[in-house]
Each structure stands twice: as C-alpha cells, then as structure tokens.
Design a protein around this ligand. Sequence first.
Ligand SMILES: CCC(=O)Oc1c(C)cccc1C(=O)O
Ligand SMILES: [Zn+2]
Length: 333
Amino acid sequence: VKDNVSGKSYLHGAAIAGGTTTNPNIVPVHTYKANRMGETAFILLSGLFGLSGFEVETGNTFFADPAAVSAHTNSIKVNNYYQSIHKRNSIDGKGMPIISTVHIGSKWNNAAWNGKQMLYGDGDGILFSSLAGAMDVAGHEMTHGVISKTANLTYQGESGAINESLADIFGALSEMHSNGLTSPSEWEMGEDIFTPNVPGDGGLRSMSNPKSKKLSAVYGLKDNAYPDHYEDRYLGELDKGGVHINSSINNKAAYLISEGGEHHGVKVTGITRSKTEKIYYRALTNYLVPSSGFKEMRAAAIQSARDLYPDRNGVPSNETKAVIAAYDAIGVS
Ligand SMILES: CCC(=O)Oc1c(C)cccc1C(=O)O
Ligand SMILES: [Zn+2]
C-alpha cells in the first residue's frame, strides 16, 4: 500500500478502513497487524486535510478489516457525541488525533486506554468477540482518555471505581445517543460483544441491575454479584481495589437519576438521560479531582445539578432532588 502523500510504502495486506470523516478533528490512525510477517503497517487514514488516502501499489486485493472499520466508526460516533452534547473537541478538548489499534495480543479479552490511545483485543470468541465491535466499549475507552485530561481520577480504590463508573456512564450514554431516541435505553456494558455464543445474556456489567451479573472468575470472586450499594463494596486488593467491581455502585446511581426507580427503600424520580449526562459531565470537568471517591462524587453531582438546575426560593429542583435521592439509595451520604 503506498501513501501517495509521503510516498512511503507499506507492507502487503495492510487493511484500510473505508470511509473518511466528516469531522476535521478526527484523523483516525489505525495500526494493523499486516497479514504477513506479523509486522505492523502504520496507516494514516485521510481526514479532511486534502489527503486523498491511499492507492494500492501492487495488485493487492483491497479489503477492509472489520475490527479496524469498527474501531474507526465507533471513535467517530463517540467523538460526535462529545462534540454535539458536551461541546468537547476530541479527547483533550483541543482536537487531538484519535488513535485506535486493533488486533492487540492474541485472542486478548480486553480493551484499554493506554494513556495515549485506544487498544482493542480480538477476544477469544467465548468471553468476547472483537472488542472493537461495541460502541459502548469505544465510549468507555475514550472516556478514560477524557478523564485523564480532566479530573484524572487515580486508577485504584474508590477514585478508580469512580473513574471506571464514569467510563461506563459515558460509554453507555454515547451509545444510546448514537442509536437515537427511538431505541430502548439499555444500560448494559458491552452487550454487543460479550459471550457471542450466549444470546440475550446482556453485557459484562449491568448499570440498571448490577447484581444480575456474577463477578467473573478473573477477580477470584466468581460466586459474588456486582454490588449496588456502598455497604456491599469490595474492600480487597484484587482489580486494583475493585475498580471494575465498585464502579457498579455509582453506575446504579446514574441509572436511577436518569430512569428513576426504587432502591433499598428509596424512591428516585428520573430526570432523563439528557439531564443526567450534563450533570456528570459538569461534575467530571468542574469538580472531581484525582483523589475523589464516592463521597466526593455525591457532592460533585449535587453541586453540578444545583449549578445547572438551580434551587427556587431555597427549594432544590427536581434534578437536584433526584441526585440526592439516588446517592441516598446507594448508601453514599
Ligand atoms: C466496557 C469496557 C471495558 O470494561 O473494557 C475493559 C475490559 C473489557 C477488560 C479490562 C479492562 C477494561 C477497561 O477498559 O477498564
Ligand atoms: Zn475501564
């Protein structure tokens, strides 16, 4: 494959994701495992900078790598979500390139933000299919990037659980936004790629009903369920002090604020997704700091609700009341 801008050539069999972006802030860069010699061909996909893309130098068959196309497409959708809903220009707010690399490792059942870019494994086909295939996973990973540029919540213990929860919250909400208002709001994480051979078992985590998911054997807690109340939080040192375990407690609060419900005897009147996302984005970008835990998350969410939906004559708005009730419901006072 020849880059007709730099003139550099690349390995045979490099795959090129189809399509260019409509958003000049996205110049997605995808690194692929070429299908020969295992080396990596580095491909810069054209954005709107007049790059006319690539021509295939030799008679290679032009084919798109589904994982690369998904990673590319999903990163555009998530960036469009941040752009249109939160007026945020890319991950850093300054239009930084959005980089995804696919086919990481061998049958890797993981996705990650490595401090600079998103990484996707292919999954083992049992626990996960290609992790690039889920928009909420892309939203989750990109939000780790956004968090690193804003509150930069320390990735362990309570602050790590809030980090993980905000990644789930914006992962889920960006997917729901992209799917459009007509689609049912589903508060599962990774349902499109989780256990591909087991239909209808939802995602690897549930925000609406965390306890419906058993903690995976990975954490050595396979008989336990994900917690939905602060009193049931995990206090061991597995999973960096339970960052993917205790995130479910805050996820439940976000779900209750948006959709409403009764939990541990506390009734919450939902205020819809569009107000919930504004409250959490303001909390993330205005109030949370690296050490923030559950108590600080509650205070930041209440303050953000008050900022956006002010008290009237000293009476808190319905939005603020929903936030207070939701954190009461999950036992964070
Ligand atoms: C929903 C996205 C997610 O949880 O990605 C991870 C997976 C699948 C394994 C290990 C870590 C992560 C992560 O990004 O925290
Ligand atoms: Zn994560």
